[in-house]
Design a protein around this ligand. Structure first.
Ligand code: ZN
Length: 454
């Protein structure tokens, strides 16, 4: 389908771009909101109100079904021949026979995790992820509908109902890079949604963004924390507050949300922030309820929490939604702090409460014209032959991209990366690419994908 980075899209007038957006999102909607979606959505409308015991039983059934599937259909697990669960061995012992899965293993043996007998649509997506190792995932329609059902439920917790107006401030390149004049947004009529470009948000454009949002007056805003916090800070620094009248909630995701960001967003916008923690690997999801509590969604996946110190534990997750490429006991690389087991959230849901999410810290990149760009790591998406990547900014106008590459990495890949870096971060920064044997790690072995020393 026609992409936002294609020549045709970039050169089209705004009305034609909006027609293309309509077409893309209409197709997307048909795929993501079909019968399967409705079935899963209906089911998780009910599971959210289950008692602890009911929820555990539901979780055991889901877990058993994905484990059996992996064992019988997925080459990586077929080789290991785990014993089947029987009367003596419960499903929780069954799962512990499977090895804890590292990202590296999935990257190196990707094809062995995919069901070779799958018929029907297969969608490929790639990420550079938070630990710097690039990964490719495959999803089928069930997996996409499954994810969408849980996201939809999160939007509903934030007060949104299907069909209502919403705004979106994220990384989609709906406004061509290099655009120097308003509008920095496009209307997506398929979803009744105003899409604002996070890439063009700057000291000179922010007032226009706020005005446009107030005029559109959405019920819900979905945004990168860095983008909406930036707008909130701008409002507060001028002694102003958001003047839209219909807003009920803000759903943030994809970056870590700091306490400071949450405070300024809630003050300036006058509504609660509902932070959503998902993972590209679809093994853990954490949502925020109407009472502001983070809930570990135990109807989404089975999570083992391995203690790392007195308070925090590491997330090892087995998702229930992807039968095309199931990952069992996948090590996400992030930690959380759980509330006491007896603690009951006033919302009435039995999902465990998460006090804090640790470890998802994507630093921002700064630009000479005063912008702060979150998720700059997107520049590596879709570039071939990169194994690991790291972005280091030592001066405001200089960024070094450290890469661990495969022998197939060519000048073409290099140029594609430079082009993308210029598009996303800006052309007024000099980018240098350095290929290395291994990236620098932090004390606990993690690669910080973005290091900004400015
Ligand atoms: Zn709650």
């Amino acid at each position: 389908m026609l992409s936002y980075s294609s020549w045709l899209y970039r050169k089209s007038p705004v009305w034609l771009q909006e027609a293309i957006i309509f077409f893309r999102f209409f197709i997307r909607k048909c795929l993501r909101e079909g019968r399967t979606f409705k079935k899963i959505h209906g089911r998780i409308e009910r599971t959210q109100w289950m008692t602890r015991d009911e929820l555990q039983q539901y979780q055991d059934e889901q877990l058993y079904s994905i484990l059996q599937h992996a064992r019988s259909k997925i080459p990586f697990y077929q080789q290991q021949a785990q014993k089947d669960a029987d009367a003596e061995m419960g499903v929780r012992d069954f799962v512990r026979q499977f090895p804890v899965l590292q990202k590296q293993t999935v990257v190196e043996h990707r094809e062995m995790f995919v069901n070779p007998k799958h018929f029907g649509l297969k969608f490929k997506s790639a990420t550079s992820g938070t630990t710097g190792l690039s990964m490719v995932g495959f999803r089928d329609l069930y997996s996409i509908s499954f994810e969408n059902a849980f996201l939809t439920r999160q939007l509903e917790w934030a007060g949104y109902q299907k069909g209502e107006k919403r705004a979106w401030i994220r990384g989609d390149m709906i406004v061509p890079p290099g655009t120097k004049k308003s509008p920095y947004w496009r209307v997506n009529r398929a979803d009744n949604m105003l899409m604002l470009s996070a890439y063009h948000l700057s000291p000179t454009t922010v007032s226009l963004y706020i005005q446009e949002l107030e005029k559109f007056d959405p019920v819900l805003i979905q945004a990168y924390p860095s983008a909406i916090a930036y707008m909130a800070e701008q409002l507060l620094s001028r002694g102003q507050l958001y003047r839209g009248t219909k807003l009920k909630g803000i759903v943030t995701s994809s970056e870590s949300l700091s306490a400071a960001q949450r405070t300024s967003i809630e003050r300036a916008m006058g509504v609660r922030v509902f932070d959503w923690y998902g993972s590209f690997e679809r093994c853990v999801a954490i949502g925020t309820c109407e009472h502001g509590a983070y809930h570990l969604l135990t109807d989404y996946s089975f999570v083992e929490c391995i203690p790392v110190d007195d308070t925090a534990c590491e997330l090892i997750g087995t998702g229930f939604g992807n039968f095309l490429m199931p990952l069992i006991r996948y090590r996400i690389g992030d930690s959380i702090v759980l509330a006491d087991e007896e603690y009951q959230c006033p919302c009435g849901r039995a999902f465990p409460v998460v006090r804090e999410i640790i470890g998802r810290v994507d630093d921002v990149v700064k630009t000479p014209d005063g912008k702060c760009i979150g998720m700059a790591i997107n520049i590596f998406d879709g570039i071939n032959n990169i194994i690991e990547s790291q972005l280091v900014q030592d001066r405001i106008d200089e960024i070094t991209l450290y890469l661990v590459v495969t022998p197939q990495f060519t000048e073409t890949d290099k140029n594609a990366l430079l082009q993308r870096a210029g598009d996303i971060i800006g052309t007024d920064i000099a980018f240098t690419i350095k290929t290395v044997e291994r990236l620098n790690r932090t004390k606990n072995g993690k690669v910080r994908t973005i290091i900004c020393n400015v």
